[in-house]
Write a protein that binds this ligand. Structure first.
Ligand code: PLP
Ligand code: ZN
Length: 432
């Protein structure tokens, strides 16, 4: 049995190929982004979808689709395999019959970043690396720190000054070195890191600069397609910071289509905050290259506040154009409304993840989404990582109760606006 069908790295720019089992970040020849390639022809002959049904439900179920060569190097905490929840509230509200939430708030460190870091840290372990660096708006750093600790890798996380204190504390808790990172624009960070790769040979875990992280995001495509009975949704909506998540998912769907396990591809929809939105800006101009845009301090969606995507966001824009999808921005008010709506779905989402739902209301009224379209919104992270926004979204109840039966009876009568009888409770229980 072949554990991995990965074959080599190829460069986006100069198309040079590189041997896989070496710690490469960007292209050693031209500095372009590297992509891991697979022997899909052989996969088509040797693999079948039903092989995967009986495996353990983590993202490692799909190990043939990753670059890791040896299963004993897997560093896993049960990431991936999250539920695809059919909507019970928002779907009705917006008139959508097939709306789903892919709930990655359930991940080991509370965000979808765990998919990427489980793979990237496992791969670093396989290569025998002892140190690594990333910068983060919070979730990536937490995920990197946790997986690095389990792998015995010395992790350094540069935490953006905009990250809320709880996120920074969690990164420290998981045992990484941390420093608060000040910058004028994300372009400063990119320039700094690109030079660190060139001059220090430092191995980095930043999306796209690290070629393995977003390979794990392909697991979205596999899990969602499998849950829908080996069908792709019509639309997949993803909040976009660097764009590693949306690009990885798109790559996964394209692989499945090539393997003929699914017969259509979803439209990929990118969501960014109105305060920044460089990818959206480029998309609205029909451009293939995004420029720096906006002010990251003005959005509550910290995890997608990037004002300048890595290497002009070219891969992300290609995914949107090639899939026939679109990109749009959401305001803080729209995000807070989406956080409230998700509460009624039983989901506590961080503002950046609620952005994927926030865009839907406008997309429905603009006719970009049809009532019977199958739509998947990715819930990328837990609201518990940014609790102040939950407090802002929901007014605290002012009701008080002394622990006595009479008072309780009075309170419930007030809340339910009718006198309580035993059979009423029984009936409402039955209704559940
Ligand atoms: C990182 C992050 C994103 C954006 O992901 P990219 O892959 O950088 O585009 C979205 N939501 C949450 C909660 C995140 O932590
Ligand atoms: Zn190159």
């Amino acid at each position: 049995m072949t554990w991995s069908y990965a074959t080599h790295y190829s460069c986006d720019n100069c198309t040079e190929r590189f041997e896989l089992m070496q710690p490469l970040n960007t292209c050693p020849s031209c500095g372009g982004l590297l992509e891991i390639q697979y022997d899909l022809d052989r996969m088509k002959v040797e693999l079948q979808p039903k092989l995967f049904d009986s495996r353990e439900p983590s993202m490692w179920r799909w190990h043939e689709f990753y670059p890791l060569q040896d299963g004993t190097n897997v560093v896993s905490m049960g990431e991936g395999g999250t539920p695809l929840l059919p909507s019970v509230y928002v779907g009705k509200k917006l008139g959508l019959s097939k709306l789903y939430f892919k709930n990655d708030a359930l991940m080991p460190t509370g965000s979808f970043k765990d998919r990427g870091f489980s793979l990237a840290v496992s791969f670093a372990k396989e290569l025998g690396l002892s140190r690594g660096l990333t910068y983060s708006s919070g979730n990536a750093g937490a995920s990197f720190a946790a997986y690095a600790s389990r792998a015995g890798l010395d992790a350094t996380v540069l935490v953006e000054y905009l990250a809320n204190p709880i996120k920074k504390a969690i990164i420290g808790l998981y045992g990484a070195h941390t420093a608060t990172l000040h910058f004028e624009s994300m372009t400063d960070i990119s320039a700094m890191l690109e030079q660190a790769v060139r001059d220090l040979g430092l191995y980095q875990f930043v999306n796209f600069i690290n070629p393995t992280r977003h390979e794990a995001m392909k697991s979205y495509a596999y899990e969602i397609s499998q849950a829908l009975g080996w069908k792709a949704p019509d639309l997949m909506i993803h909040p976009v910071g660097t764009g590693g998540g949306i690009w990885g998912a798109w790559k996964g769907f394209c692989e499945l289509k090539q393997l003929e396990w699914i017969d259509s591809l979803p439209k990929m929809v990118a969501v960014q905050p109105s305060a920044t939105g460089p990818i959206v800006q480029a998309f609205k101009q029909g451009a293939r290259h995004a420029e720096k845009h906006g002010d990251p301090t003005q959005t509550i969606a910290q995890s997608i506040a990037a004002d300048a995507p890595i290497q002009g966001g070219r891969r992300v824009l290609n995914a949107i154009y090639d899939s026939g999808g679109f990109a749009d921005v959401v305001t803080n008010e729209e995000i807070i409304e989406a956080v409230q709506w998700l509460g009624n779905e039983g989901i506590c989402a961080e503002p950046a993840s609620a952005a994927s739902l926030a865009v839907l209301k406008r997309a429905v009224s603009n006719g970009f989404v049809q009532p019977d379209d199958c739509v998947v919104c990715v819930i990328t992270g837990s609201g518990l990582k940014q609790p102040s926004v939950i407090q802002q979204a929901i007014a605290e109840s002012q009701l008080k109760l002394n622990a006595s039966f009479e008072d309780l009876n009075k309170l419930l009568t007030e809340l339910w606006k009718e006198t309580i009888r035993l059979e009423m409770i029984w009936c409402s229980n039955q209704a559940l």
